[in-house]
Design a protein around this ligand. Structure first.
Ligand code: ATP
Ligand code: MG
Length: 397
């Protein structure tokens, strides 16, 4: 798929922007703080209604305003013209109808009831400086990477995640009750019966989530390995392992996983009650990444960490295309400045079949420096835009 036009109203530093985009690479260049990343952020928002930089929608609203509107027109690879629009209204304290934030999402003009209905409609993969968190931060960042990818491929997976979160909250509330009011636990077996019901449902949902994650990790590992040697030109061996609350989950089918999870939830119920929270399940699992047999997080160099994340993102791009039959849009925020000439050249070669948006402060980072070749030598189609104080100007060299 490829974006044909974007419209922003009161989004970040944009008061109103209407801009057409073209096939191939869209290069957004300009000084710091002009609005380059904000464009990528608005595009990414249209995949899952969540910014890659913040979970707080209110930050996205232009200062002094109380709503934002992002509209994306795109053309699918099957040549269908489609549109996604997100309209967010921040809470307004003196308006009784707007005490809570409101978010309306429209697909081809029709309002969607749930965010889950939006997953998989418009797909983009972003690689931004924040993505190093996938390696540097705790397990939650790695789970988020997996969850977003899986949600774009399988909307049912996203619904499972929401259901899981709901069940987990219910079970944790009950655990706290059993902890704080122990006489109820003894005198009223209804509470224990409830716990058993939550355990049943939770283990069912957990098994579905874990088996999907397990399955996709094997596929990403293959593709990421190809990508990393393509970008670095070296034979680095990237491997991935899912560290699960179910031991040796990779050798089990979903039913076996469910039974083990259920057994473990029951086994650990007393500990969970003491803690007032559930100690095992997909919300505690992790993805372990190793380069040449050594775990990336504590040991890899900055450059290696960056290559690993880039490889993960390219694997995500390829996997999305394999599974959905549509080429996702690629968003590369300030990536070129981090790579040496050879790596830039290889990266641009790898992504040439996709529409991509690249930001940079210095055009020479993209135009030259790739073994002294001009951009036109290896990218057939590209368009240059200068970004200055929230205005885009197309530039022809
Ligand atoms: P850099 O090269 O430093 O990455 P950039 O062009 O990518 O710069 P952006 O991150 O897109 O810059 O941000 C541009 C400007 O948007 C910043 O000056 C920032 O202060 C402003 N900005 C961010 N959020 C809002 C908001 N809610 N309302 C108004 N302006 C905002
Ligand atoms: Mg930026």
């Amino acid at each position: 798929m490829r974006i044909t036009a974007i419209e922003l109203k009161n989004f970040r530093n944009y008061e109103h922007l209407e801009q057409d985009f073209f096939p191939g690479a869209q290069i957004l260049y300009g000084n710091n703080a002009q609005g380059k990343t904000n464009i990528l952020e608005a595009i990414f928002l249209c995949t899952c209604a969540r910014s890659h930089r913040t979970g707080r929608d209110s930050e996205l609203v232009r200062q002094g305003c109380d709503d934002y509107d992002v509209r994306l027109e795109f053309l699918t690879d099957k040549d269908r013209s489609e549109e996604i629009r997100i309209h967010y209204l921040a809470p307004v304290s003196n308006d009784p109808l707007r005490l809570k934030p409101i978010r309306h999402i429209y697909y081809n003009g029709v309002r969607l009831e749930r965010i889950s209905d939006m997953m998989g409609i418009f797909n983009a993969v972003i690689f931004a400086p924040e993505d190093l968190q996938i390696i540097k931060d705790g397990p939650a960042a790695r789970r988020r990477f997996l969850d977003l990818l899986l949600s774009q491929i399988y909307p049912a997976y996203f619904r499972d995640l929401i259901q899981y979160q709901h069940l987990l909250t219910q079970r944790n509330n009950l655990l706290k009750k059993l902890r704080d009011l122990p006489y109820i636990a003894d005198s009223d077996s209804d509470y224990n019966l409830h716990l058993e019901i939550w355990d049943e449902q939770l283990s069912n949902c957990s098994a579905r989530i874990i088996s999907r994650r397990q399955e996709v990790i094997n596929e990403i590992a293959l593709l990421a390995n190809e990508s990393i040697s393509q970008i670095t030109g070296l034979k680095e061996e990237l491997s991935m392992r899912y560290r699960s609350s179910v031991p040796s989950a990779k050798d089990l089918n979903r039913e076996e996983m469910r039974e083990i999870l259920l057994g473990k939830l029951r086994e650990q119920a007393a500990d969970d009650i003491l803690r007032g929270s559930t100690g095992l399940g997909p919300h505690r699992d992790d993805l372990i990444l190793s380069l040449n047999g050594i775990e990336v997080r504590p040991y890899a160099s900055q450059g290696q960490q960056r290559s690993v994340v880039l490889a993960l993102k390219l694997a995500e791009l390829l996997l999305l295309r394999q599974k959905t039959g549509e080429s996702p849009v690629l968003l590369l925020d300030d990536v070129m400045s981090e790579l040496d000439g050879d790596r830039r050249y290889r990266l641009l070669q790898t992504i040439e079949d996709h529409q991509s948006f690249l930001t940079c402060t210095d055009l020479s980072q993209v135009l030259i420096g790739c073994n002294d070749r001009n951009l036109a030598d290896f990218i057939e189609e590209y368009t240059l835009f200068n970004v200055h104080q929230a205005k885009l100007t197309q530039v022809i060299l």
